[in-house]
Design a protein around this ligand. Sequence first.
Ligand code: PMP
Length: 459
Amino acid sequence: MRENLPSGSSSEGLPIGPHFAAAGTGTTLDPYADRYADRTRGMSVSEIRALFAVANRPEIVSLAGGMPYTAALPIDAISDMVGELLANNGPKALQYGPGQGDPRLRELICDVMALEGITGSAEDITVTVGSQQALDLVSRVFLDPGDVVLAEGPSYVGALGTFEAAQAEVVHVPMDADGLIPEALRGALVALQREDRRAKFLYTVPNYHNPAGVTLSEPRRHEVLAICEEFDLLVLEDNPYGLLGFDGVIQPALRSLAPDRVIYLGSFSKTFAAGVRVGWALAPPAVRQKLVLLSEAEVLCPPNLTQFVVAEYLSTQPWKEQLKVFRELYRERRDATLDALSAMMPAECTWTRPTGGFYVWLTLPEGLDAKVMQPRAIHSRVAYVPGVGFYADGNGRRSMRLSYCFPEPDRLREGVRRLAGVIEEELELRETFLTGQPGRDRSAAANRHVSDGPGPDVA
Ligand code: PMP
């Protein structure tokens, strides 16, 4: 949101037309500005949303959006399944349902979570409109204005949005190739303690992190939980990608290791279909009760129709086979992206090497700014999300998120080629600017002796 401006002037200091003049103490181009609740004050369009319109143009290779590749679903089989569902159970599927979510689906969700070692009860599950609604519910249940949330740096932009709407302060904890750094978590907790402050919870995406692409190693899972135990800190585990690992490894969910300390969020958006908007929260009973009450206040009940579709899908379709299809497809795209990055990126760039999920986090050479570079990239017909959008504190300017989930491998290679060209131009500019001399050839091929491949760098 814009800052309030003195009455009668726009952000450029120009007089504003009478039809823009606000009533009462009306002050800005927005005639409603003096009526909004405080919690809307910091709200701004996310980097991703702002990019969407441009990035979707066909001539642009978009490495920006994190859209799952739904075209890989067996659409005909799903279409038959939905037809039968409506023929057999139409009136109920088209009716309101329980606020906590459909009991049959909640049972089936327990089977899905069991794959990650979770023994949850259907009673403790709240079905939500995507896990995004669950993030919002948890934020509302726990956060008062000024409260502190610890979150990885970088963090999922949609979660940052819910924390911001709750007027919480996010303190980022750095990661490396093995995910969140336990000592950094301890450091952040000690620093808060010294100020006599306490974080409400740790928000974490342990598997195939959005946007960092890294996974919390198993030893660290135990270390992180031990620290949370020591400081009596709750954990909000957000895990939409956990079943999309490329090496056949399924990491134990934090929730499976510390059931009373962890609120677990799951989603069918990446493992089935984002369009059904079905996610869930598994929470200890006292918390679950509050989640359900708040959800009822927000949406009355999650949609029966899409919950029934998911329940049918899980009970009549070979969904585990479909997971393999998704894993193979995303693995091929990950490989295409990483190979292209190794072959084409200037040697001073570094990036993460995801073992699952959708994202690579790329860090630019010193002195470059992904946000400043963005118009040049769009002009060169490639889109990415600048890293600054994944931090609540203005960090991340040297980094960007690249998503490989949607474009075909050839498009990914072309996108990386275009991006490498943009970065090289930017480096040449930097060099010319700094030295007055034209820049040297910085391509990966020309610099192979300098680096045999960048290491992960997401801190
Ligand atoms: N958490 C993370 C880490 C995500 O990447 C996403 C989607 N991009 C969500 C939550 C929300 O997913 P949904 O609402 O579709 O379940």
